[in-house]
Design a protein around this ligand. Structure first.
Ligand code: UD1
Ligand code: CA
Length: 460
């Protein structure tokens, strides 16, 4: 096959988004629209990808740096003008060029491959990726002659009443014979309702020169969505989520209510995992086989192994090993490692700590900056006091240690293997292996005194 190239249009501000962020950097299912478009484009394996940047160019370039070349469009004078910016690097080359807008995140690599094959096999000079829209408002319309041949594209703002009735729309993606594209761009002008250089005008220029122009109609209209405002952004999100969830279901993951489950595009989930309603999985998260995430669990950038149960809990930037149980209502904060078989129960917070195998912290506990051994038991209400207002200190707890309920352990401190702290203790000094530490006032009972207290029935 002939060489192909790609141009991604990403210079616009996206005025209708009402945002400080350039439009193409708004995210859909966890990654920017530009990243979605780039990934789809990569599937046709172009020899060169040229991204046109303009508004907040540095921010946009950051997303694709090292993966794309960039051309600067310092004034956004229209999509045709944007493509002209690629002229110095592409104009002389033999082959075909894909042009795609950076605001169409739902177009798949598969559709782009189909477009390339259609274009090449029909020997077209230009092929437009089109779709049949139920509501075509806002899109350029595909004008065909009585033989069904494409003759031009008319923008919404330039369309007459007849043209506005047409349902076939331009997705903003095209394949062009590369040299002819740059030649035709020399002939476009700004004589239209928006006073812009329209890329779409090259179609009628090719037709007038008697060249072959075609359209490849997308099978799924959903893919064609161009995101111009936040309503369309939410629609894109919805379509993408459905696609992601269905991919996981096909791979053997059970969803109890996929409509209310939010999974970012790069999340990986093993077979036989169960994802209940209102679960949110973000970023670079992985979930192992047979793991169950119950109602309301939120996981960000974490690795969760197989056979884990997370109940209604929040996990951030942490590693959860096999067979761990967490929750309900636990918070595992960044930098935590829960080793095999750990149990973290209700209202427990873990932060920047490694918790050894089979250790249990069942209730109402805070573990921060700790290195905890295996088979340790934390009683209810344990607090590792790790912060003096300025610095964080480490607590080391040995294997098989037993931390009595309501212990406050003032870091930095080491508690040895098999040591025990008595319930209610404030531990300020190191505890040796096999030692018992008691850090609390002794109890004193005063017989009969209660009769003088206001609560006592005899006093009332
Ligand atoms: C464009 C098409 C329209 C099509 C629609 C599909 C034109 C004239 N119209 O309209 O037929 O139905 O896409 O979604 O092409 N951009 C630049 N530089 C510019 C202007 C735009 O890089 O000077 C970029 C934008 O950042 C955006 C893309 O091109 O990623 C499309 O621009 P936009 O203004 O959204 O075009 P539409 O009005 O949607
Ligand atoms: Ca658009």
């Amino acid at each position: 096959m002939m060489s192909n190239y790609a141009i991604i249009l990403a210079a616009g501000k996206g005025t209708r988004m009402k945002s400080d962020l350039p439009k193409v950097l708004h995210k859909v299912a966890g990654i920017s629209m530009l990243e979605h478009v780039f990934r789809a484009v990569s599937e046709i394996e172009p020899e060169k990808i040229e991204t046109i940047v303009g508004h907040k160019a540095e921010l946009v370039e950051k997303v694709l740096v090292g993966r794309s070349d960039f051309a600067l469009q310092s004034e956004q004078l229209g999509t045709g003008h944007a493509v002209m910016m690629a002229e110095p690097s592409l104009a002389g080359l033999e082959g075909h060029t894909l042009v795609i807008a950076g605001d169409t995140p739902l177009i798949t690599g598969e559709s782009l491959k189909n477009l390339v094959n259609f274009h090449v096999s029909h020997k077209n000079v230009a092929t437009i990726l089109t779709a049949q829209a139920a509501d075509p408002f806002g899109y350029g319309r595909i004008i065909r002659n009585s033989d069904g041949e494409v003759v031009k594209i008319v923008e919404q703002k330039d369309a007459n009443d007849f043209e506005k009735q047409i349902k076939e729309i331009n997705t903003g993606t095209y394949l062009f014979e590369n040299k002819r594209l740059f030649e035709a761009l020399k002939d476009i002008n700004t004589d239209n309702a928006q006073g812009e250089y329209y890329l779409t005008d090259v179609i009628s220029i090719f037709r007038q020169a008697g060249e072959k122009v075609g359209a490849y109609i997308l099978r799924h209209f959903d893919e064609s969505l161009g995101v111009n405002d936040r309503i369309a952004l939410a629609t894109a999100e919805k379509v993408m989520r459905k696609r992601i969830n269905e991919k996981h279901m096909i791979n053997g993951v059970t969803f109890t209510n996929p409509e209310s489950t939010y999974i970012d595009v790069d999340v990986e989930i093993g077979a036989e995992a169960v994802i209940e309603a209102n679960v949110v999985l973000k970023g670079k998260t992985t979930v192992g086989e047979r793991t169950v995430l119950t109602n309301g669990t939120r996981v960000v950038d974490s690795q969760i192994a197989a056979d884990v149960i997370i109940s209604q809990s929040d996990i951030e930037e942490s590693i959860i090993e096999e067979g761990v149980t967490v929750g309900p209502y636990a918070h595992i904060r960044p930098g935590s490692i829960l080793q095999k078989g750990v149990h973290i129960g209700n209202f427990v917070e873990v932060k920047s700590s490694t918790i050894g195998e089979n250790t249990k912290a069942g209730h109402l506990t805070y573990l921060g900056n700790a290195q905890v051994g295996k088979e340790v038991n934390f009683g209810a209400g344990t607090i590792l006091a790790n912060y003096d207002g300025k610095n964080k200190f480490t607590t080391m707890i040995g294997d098989h240690a037993f931390i009595g309920s309501n212990s406050t352990i003032i870091a930095p401190l080491t508690i040895g293997d098999r040591a025990l702290t008595a319930a209610g203790s404030v531990i300020t000094k190191e505890v040796a292996a096999d030692a018992v530490a008691i850090g609390r006032g002794r109890q004193e009972n005063k017989e009969g005194y209660a009769k003088h207290c206001p609560h006592h029935p005899e006093k009332k």
